[in-house]
Design a protein around this ligand. Structure first.
Ligand code: PBG
Length: 338
């Protein structure tokens, strides 16, 4: 709308439409409901719930607890849960062999959750990092991440997740060509309806810090000694924006049904460009570090945690997200339902 179309003050007083909650609700441009949320959840191989220190309010859940959580999601109106595995360090290896274990914690959690609440969608991360001793998303050959060999391993992992009964596969590894290879593998094995949400524009980010504790891949980040390969060799550079559009274009052309931008709040400009360019369902991942910042400041009493949570989720909707993957999902849904 051209600004000249606006009546001048005092004919126009913008505050008229802000004077009471009912009118603010009436003219609100964007909405947030539980159905906008994908609950990010960490599952572990043991029993019970184990708090994640860097993410107050988030626990790693046993398979049985995850099934209970799926029922809770249903009751709260949360349509989908994204699960991430915490794997016993003793059983990891450099090849991430357990990623394709049909009796692994992800497969068991998917089965238990679909059993408990079949109406709730389950999304699985396709990547090797929870299973590798080095914490990388790919296989290492000659000191580098081997793109094509990694893809074969990812496909094995994804087919195991599909067999377990998950609804959405979410490749988060950032290998080139993995979406196309995954789509072909799914079609040739009869998984024609399997949805793919690709981590299309995924940045190499400091905001993933607390996730390392959550899934127990602590070696990364302990310096070049422990881990000479940088995730920046496969994840995107924070200064880039056009490159995100090329990544999204590729993933859509290879068969992704939905795309994701990650992290969330620091990358809302990317969300907006992706939405405007492709008009495809676009999601943002409000990652562990974003959660940690809000809850840490909230715990100090420096910000109102609940309001900051809701305001951050509003920002995603304003930017054009179809939905948000967030650890806040149950807390936000409870507030929205209240
Ligand atoms: C890795 C993966 C990561 C996250 C989700 N999948 C970490 C990484 O890429 O280094 C981060 C999630 C979060 O920080 O909440 N495949």
């Amino acid at each position: 709308m051209p600004h000249s179309a606006l009546a001048p003050y005092p004919a126009l007083r913008m505050r008229r439409l802000r004077q009471a909650p009912w009118v603010r609700a009436l003219v609100r441009e964007n909405r947030l409901g539980p159905s906008d949320l994908i609950w990010a959840m960490v599952v572990h191989e043991g029993e019970g719930r184990i708090p994640v220190q860097a993410m107050p309010g988030v626990d790693r859940l046993s398979v049985a607890e995850a099934a209970t959580a799926a029922r809770e999601a249903r009751a709260l109106g949360i349509p989908c849960i994204a699960i991430f595995p915490h794997i016993d360090g003793e059983t990891k290896d450099a090849e991430g062999s357990r990623a394709a274990d049909p009796d692994g914690v992800i497969s068991r959690a998917v089965r238990a959750m679909k059993d408990a609440a079949p109406e709730v969608g389950i999304m699985c991360d396709v990547a090797l990092d929870p299973f590798t001793t080095h914490g990388h998303d790919g296989l290492i050959r000659n000191g580098c991440i081997a793109n094509d060999e990694t893809i074969s391993r990812l496909i094995e992992q994804a087919l195991v997740q599909a067999e377990a009964g998950c609804d959405i596969l979410a490749p988060s590894d950032m290998m080139d060509g993995r979406v196309g290879a995954l789509r072909a593998a799914l079609e040739s094995t009869g998984h024609n309806d399997m949805m793919i949400m690709s981590y299309a524009a995924k940045y190499a980010s400091a905001f993933y810090g607390p996730y390392r504790e959550a899934i127990g891949s602590g070696k990364l980040g302990s310096g070049p000694e422990a881990n000479p390969i940088d995730k920046a060799t496969y994840q995107m550079d924070a200064f880039n924006s056009d490159e995100a559009l090329r990544e999204v274009a590729l993933d859509l052309s290879e068969g992704a049904d939905m795309v994701m931008v990650k992290p969330g709040l620091p990358y809302l400009d990317i969300v907006r460009r992706v939405v405007e360019t492709f008009a495809a369902p676009t999601f943002a991942f409000q990652v562990s570090g974003e959660y940690a910042m809000i809850t840490a400041a909230g715990a100090q009493g420096w910000i109102d945690q609940d309001r900051a949570m809701m305001e951050s989720l509003a920002a995603f909707k304003r930017a054009g997200c179809a939905g948000i993957i967030t650890y806040f999902a149950p807390m936000a849904a409870r507030k929205l339902g209240a």
